[in-house]
Design a protein around this ligand. Structure first.
Ligand SMILES: Nc1ncnc2c1ncn2[C@@H]1O[C@H](COP(=O)(O)OP(=O)(O)O)[C@@H](O)[C@H]1O
Ligand SMILES: [Mg+2]
Length: 287
């Protein structure tokens, strides 16, 4: 708790000492639509190699924040640095180069319905690389396997897959160019609990093996407990607090208390490898 490397959301340059390297740095972000202000002076740091969970009530601006970071949402004020570059001060070539270094799975997970899974995974390759078709097919085959899909899934169309498989295919497309940064917006929403847990596990494994940094919007408490290193809480247009779940649990805010302290929050506690609850009791409750 007293750890200096766990600021609420304030400056954390990672420039010296053993401070973590910051790969996404948002400062003073204001966004909105017409009269409606969404973010007001929002600050956030994402550290290299972490899975940062982003939570908050519905409509608090989680998706808009993600879109602002990846340059799809205009901002009214503030600055955003990604991988050390100010996203507002890049020429077209540098911006394209930066985009190549992140992968995104949007909330609706939209795959192109008229393309097969393999063709969907090849879309970013066609945009950013100049490779022969045969090589792209081979690389797409690797990605299909990497996200835990059977090889037969490659030539299938999205409509022929289950929800969980479509999410994996979307993840394969997000990872098409071996990004350093992965943005996931509610990736387990709509999945059954077993598919959701398997998807979480996949994210954790890919993070380890690919050295990914993950910006993960979720309302899934099991996901937060199982794989997130830190969690950022969005409310009132800001990041209210960033910390481990244990740190957040002691944070005195109505939404946070309700979220982590309610029945679902308490039930999810038992699934965490990152906290040390009493597993026997939790398991007994859960079964
Ligand atoms: N394209 C848009 N045009 C107008 N309002 C929008 C648009 N996208 C999002 N909003 C509004 O911004 C707010 C935050 O949206 P969003 O970031 O999607 O919330 P969430 O935290 O649930 O992801 C909501 O009130 C939503 O209605
Ligand atoms: Mg959203």
């Amino acid at each position: 708790m007293a750890d200096a490397a766990v600021p609420d959301s304030g400056p954390d340059d990672g420039a010296d000492g053993d401070a973590p390297e910051i790969v996404i740095k948002v400062r003073g972000l204001d966004t909105g639509f017409d009269e409606q202000q969404i973010h007001k002076g929002l600050d956030l740091d994402v550290r290299r190699g972490e899975i940062l969970g982003v939570v908050g009530g519905s409509g608090t601006g989680k998706s808009v924040l993600m879109r602002a970071i990846i340059g799809l949402q205009p901002k009214r004020a503030g600055s955003i640095e990604v991988l050390g570059q100010d996203v507002d001060n890049l020429d077209a070539a540098a911006a394209k180069d930066l985009r190549r270094r992140w992968g995104v799975l949007f909330q609706d997970g939209a795959l192109f319905s008229s393309l097969t899974v393999a063709e969907n995974i090849e879309v970013p390759m066609r945009e950013f690389l100049d490779l022969p078709d045969a090589l792209m097919d081979e690389l797409a085959g690797f990605k299909v396997a990497m996200v835990g899909l059977p090889v037969e899934a490659g030539p299938k169309f999205p409509s022929e897959l289950s929800g969980g498989m479509r999410k994996r295919a979307g993840l394969g497309r997000a990872l098409s160019l071996d990004p350093q940064l992965l943005f996931l917006d509610e990736p387990t929403a709509g999945l059954d609990p077993i598919s959701a847990a398997a998807f979480d596990e996949l994210i954790a494994v890919l993070k380890q093996t690919m050295g990914l940094t993950v910006f993960l919007i979720t309302h899934d408490l099991d996901t937060l407990h199982a794989i997130c290193d830190r969690v950022a809480v969005l409310a009132d247009g800001k990041v209210l607090k960033v910390g481990t779940i244990a740190e957040l649990r002691g944070f005195d805010h109505p939404w946070v208390r309700e979220y982590f302290g309610g029945p679902r929050g308490r039930a999810a506690e038992g699934t965490s490898p990152k906290t040390t609850p009493e597993p026997a009791r939790k398991t007994a409750e859960a079964v």
